[in-house]
Design a protein around this ligand. Structure first.
Ligand code: SF4
Length: 385
């Protein structure tokens, strides 16, 4: 199975660090309207009452994040952020502080009114979790494409809102990711990122035992994707803190034209993009482009002069144009496939993402949000010896 996992020497290692990272992570509430198995914050637990942080506390965290993190975006997470009564003011404060607010949500409370409010306050992105493992879904991934479509319809007419669909995967639904990937590629004009996260059970008490029987690993995801997109080419990754050969984040930016993948933006392109973004804007980028990442024929041919990966894209674009000259006036779009692997153990040691983009502030320190409960309880990550 190893052969499906890319050789990291051919990938660009994203240069993110604690203090220079495109993403800042804040959690504004521990209230949630769902009980998803494996919730990192334990919102699914019977004893979870949940509470909202106050606007003052949140503003203070945003100020600290801006100082410590040099981030392009702030991810507003929870709990369910849409339940926070001052979400609009939080979004506005992030914008006024020079960063782009992204909201993580399960989407159930998303309405046109709420979208109007978030848009008028400056929301830059929505990251919506939709999968058959979450809270109340009693469906399969194929049927959930109708819900994926519903959010796209709801968002049509709002420009400048970057959209990510996030899907948690285990042995129950890994064979169904084909329908999600194929649907997402067809909707690349509306969907910017597609992220898969292997599910992990969090152990909150010493006497609890996490169920690992349905866990999948990066190898399983890579094998499955190779079946769906046989010529997949990954571009960038984040390694692990313990094993220098492990892959914790893995990304494949693919270029889609007319609902079909016509090639992959390679590692050199991503490296050039991140380096020049840092050089000219002083920070790494979380997303490509200002709005949706469209590429017209001229841009593709210009990129082909510098990047080998774009030569294949340009030649496919050209053959499509010969087949149907109207394509010359169409734009291709860059869509990102991303895998994020939660903490695992290497020789008994907890292995997390090096340069964790989802670090949260806890007692003035940046710590991985996935490990916050363990850090609160034990003061650090617990190894399994
Ligand atoms: S270390 Fe944990 S919180 Fe940070 S990016 Fe990885 S999975 Fe997410």
């Amino acid at each position: 199975m190893k052969q499906f996992v890319p050789d990291t020497r051919k990938l660009y290692r994203l240069p993110f660090s604690k203090n220079d990272n495109p993403n800042g992570w804040i959690e504004i509430t521990t209230k949630c309207n769902l009980k998803c198995p494996g919730c990192y914050r334990g919102c699914n637990r019977e004893d979870n009452q949940g509470e909202h942080s106050t606007l003052e506390e949140i503003k203070d965290t945003i100020d600290q994040m801006r100082q410590l993190r040099n981030c392009q975006i702030i991810s507003i997470s929870g709990g369910e952020p849409l339940m926070h009564p001052e979400l609009g003011q939080i979004i506005q404060y992030i914008r006024q502080s020079g960063m782009i607010p992204f909201v993580h949500t399960n989407g159930r409370l998303l309405t046109k009114d709420l979208l109007n409010d978030m848009k008028s306050n400056g929301i830059g992105g929505l990251i919506i979790r939709i999968d058959s493992l979450s809270g109340d879904r009693k469906s399969n991934e194929e049927k959930l494409n109708a819900i994926r479509q519903r959010y796209i319809d709801l968002l049509s007419g709002y420009s400048g809102i970057h959209l990510t669909y996030l899907c948690v995967v285990n042995k129950d639904n890994i064979k169904e990711i084909e329908t999600i990937v194929n649907w997402s590629v067809k909707h690349a004009n509306s969907l910017d990122f597609l992220t898969f996260i292997p599910m992990r059970q969090i152990q909150f008490d010493d006497d609890e035992k996490a169920d690992t029987s349905k866990n999948i690993e990066i190898e399983d995801l890579c094998e499955e994707i190779a079946r769906i997109v046989p010529d997949i080419q990954y571009a960038s990754y984040l390694g692990g803190t313990v094993s220098n050969t492990s892959i914790k984040w893995l990304q494949a930016p693919w270029i889609v034209l007319n609902g079909k993948i016509i090639g992959f933006a390679g590692s050199k392109f991503v490296e050039f993009f991140q380096m020049s973004h840092h050089l000219f804007k002083g920070k790494y980028a979380y997303k490509f482009g200002k709005d949706r990442s469209y590429l017209n024929v001229i841009q593709i041919f210009l990129l082909a002069c510098f990047f080998q990966s774009f030569r294949k894209i340009a030649s496919t674009f050209l053959s499509e144009c010969i087949r149907d000259p109207r394509i010359l006036f169409k734009r291709a779009v860059l869509q990102l496939l991303c895998f994020i692997v939660p903490p695992d153990f290497v020789n008994g040691k907890a292995n997390i993402c090096d340069g964790c983009p989802d670090a949260i502030l806890y007692k003035g320190e940046l710590v991985p949000s996935c490990a916050l409960e363990e850090i609160k309880k034990y003061g650090g990550l617990i190894d399994k010896i």
